[in-house]
Design a protein around this ligand. Structure first.
Ligand SMILES: Cc1cc2nc3c(=O)[nH]c(=O)nc-3n(C[C@H](O)[C@H](O)[C@H](O)COP(=O)(O)OP(=O)(O)OC[C@H]3O[C@@H](n4cnc5c(N)ncnc54)[C@H](O)[C@@H]3O)c2cc1C
Length: 391
């Protein structure tokens, strides 16, 4: 039976980052993935994810994003290409919209550069947008997109270069032993590791059934739209955006790669009974509400649908993250960091997961992600959440 210091289960954004940090620290580490890293059946595929310093979900997360951003920059230098495209962000909604209010509060608390714009000012600066005159519109500089697929590939390449083993396989069980944790694979092979990091995305509840009451997997269709006015939709004039109105919250990205403006609804995901039910089955009909909102609010981008994909959210009942040791065995570290807004943090979460895998302490900023918040079974016990998250 092969023996490692640490085994990482699942090599999406979180697992690949943990693998990278552990390998770079000289640990004997194995990453186990049921599909090829970078595959499109989980949560981490595609070219882009929003990164923003002002966290409308909780202003306390801004320092974490700063650290994540620095780590992405470092990884980009190592990979020989920047992994972040800084575009700024535009957030907008009717007066009192929780996302906009939460973001403004975070910007003020942390002294982040931001401008409250009239609809006319927003149109002049970002001509693809046409927002209602009575809305609150906020532009911020410290935001952009992480090149998601390249970031994941850079973590994987860095991990392998530093000696990590990558093993294809589906983990079917974890069994604590006096010497460590035994990891069983579906093909009957077993591995023993001193510690295990479980970062299985939508597969978390299957591997750790006690998490099931706190997690929900939804299918999230994403579309790429041909820009109506291409010169208004590049990263120089078109920021990443989150727009909230009474029924919808859409987010999107400039056409930075020639593939179109990527946009999606944050709210309209269908719940899946099992992660295994997920398919690449997004349809134009799924994207119709996003298209409608885009035509109304971002007309310069709302050309024909060019491509579409399905992605999975694994959301906690309070739309936050779970990063904690398993209550029954501290050598098993759990990371379920999606709820639609985890990617930007993957670089820093990987660093902290590596600390935990080495037996280190939980940093104070991470206590908000502890399982203890679910003790009363209610989302209200969780971290301060001002709005449903997006991006
Ligand atoms: C449409 C969409 C838009 C998003 N937008 C943003 C955004 O703008 N900004 C942002 O910060 N975040 C965003 N997110 C969230 C972000 O993408 C996720 O937080 C992140 O990708 C989660 O990564 P993960 O590693 O936890 O999960 P995954 O990427 O799903 O990785 C888990 C891996 O575990 C593997 N696995 C599962 N079970 C097993 C098993 N038993 N054995 C072996 N392997 C297993 C899976 O195959 C998978 O590869 C978005 C997510 C989606 C879906």
């Amino acid at each position: 039976m092969a023996r490692y210091d640490v085994a990482v289960i699942g090599l999406g954004a979180m697992g690949s980052a943990a693998l990278y940090h552990l390998a770079r620290r000289g640990r004997r580490v194995v990453g186990i993935e049921q599909a090829a890293p970078g595959h499109d059946g989980g949560s981490s595929h595609g070219e882009s994810r929003i990164i923003r310093l002002a966290q409308f979900e909780n202003p306390a997360y801004t320092p974490l994003v700063r650290r994540a951003w620095a780590l992405w920059d470092e990884l980009g230098r190592e990979a020989g290409e920047p992994l972040i495209v800084r575009t700024g962000i535009l957030e907008a909604g009717p007066p009192g919209a929780p996302i906009v209010e939460g973001s403004l509060a975070a910007a003020r608390e942390h002294g982040l550069a931001h401008q409250v714009l009239s609809a006319a000012e927003a149109r002049a600066r970002f001509p693809a947008f046409d927002l209602p005159a009575d809305w609150t519109i906020v532009a911020q500089d410290d935001a952009g997109l992480v090149r998601a697929d390249r970031a994941l590939a850079a973590h994987m390449a860095g991990a392998k270069a530093a000696g990590a083993t990558v093993q294809a396989g589906t983990v079917s069980g974890l069994e604590p032993t006096p010497a460590g944790v035994r990891v069983s694979l579906a093909d009957r092979e077993t591995i023993e590791a001193g510690a295990v990091i479980v970062a299985a995305g939508a597969g978390m509840a299957e591997l750790v059934p006690s998490l099931a009451p706190h997690l929900k997997v939804t299918r999230q269709p994403v579309g790429w739209f041909a820009p109506v006015r291409p010169s208004d939709c590049g990263p120089d004039r078109f920021p990443v955006f989150v727009i909230e109105d009474a029924v919808e919250a859409i987010y999107g990205f400039p056409d930075f790669a020639g593939t179109g403006v990527k946009a999606a609804s944050h709210r309209l995901g269908r719940t899946l009974a099992r992660a295994a039910d997920a398919r690449q089955d997004a349809t134009a009909e799924d994207l119709a509400p996003t298209m409608e909102a885009l035509s109304r609010l971002v007309p310069g981008a709302a050309g024909p649908l060019r491509a579409l994909k399905t992605c999975l959210y694994t959301s906690t009942t309070d739309d936050e993250f779970i990063i904690d040791r398993h209550p029954d065995d501290p050598r098993i570290v759990l990371c379920s960091a999606c709820s639609g807004h985890g990617f930007k943090f993957a670089s820093v979460f990987g660093e902290v997961l590596a600390d935990l895998g080495e037996g280190g302490d939980m940093p104070p900023a991470f206590r908000a992600f502890a399982l203890a918040r679910f003790a009363d079974g209610g989302p209200g016990a969780g971290p301060r959440t001002t709005a449903r998250s997006a991006g």
